[in-house]
Design a protein. Sequence first.
Length: 180
Amino acid sequence: MRIIAGNLRGRRLNPPTTLPVRPTTDMARESLFNILNNYVDYDECSVLDLFAGTGAVSLEFVSRGAKEVTSVDINVQCTDFIKASAQQFGVQNLHVVRSDVFDLLKRAYKKFDIVFADPPYALEELAKLPDLVFEKELLTPDGIFVLEHPREFQFEDHPHFWQHRHYGKVNFTFFAQTIE
């Protein structure tokens, strides 16, 4: 697993095989960022990465110049790995939070330009995530919520649905605070 672009481009992440994760593939991550590059000014961007796992998506945002990134995962091995990677790469603007995502969403008050979520595909509450993000008003007015999910989930009828893309077995649905 590698960081694809930005000032950390080419750096490798070597997570322990004991991490309970399903990392977003390099190809899917590159495709995701190719889409976001058309809509996001990373220098002014604050990001919330839910179910952060290895932290690869968080570090990709940091590498591309995101102002601040918050990575959330409940697993201590994951949060320790993300912290160690950030330290190894000399990253200062990555905040790591060990928490249950749903508990964090209940008490969240800050707004983000981008919220990315890559929950376990078997998560029962996966389909509720878009509603929770919008009910808690986590996005800035031009904010984007990206949900990675298996193909059996469809969100086209959601009022904030913007677009859907798939890359192999990886599906990204994009939601926007304001649809253009």
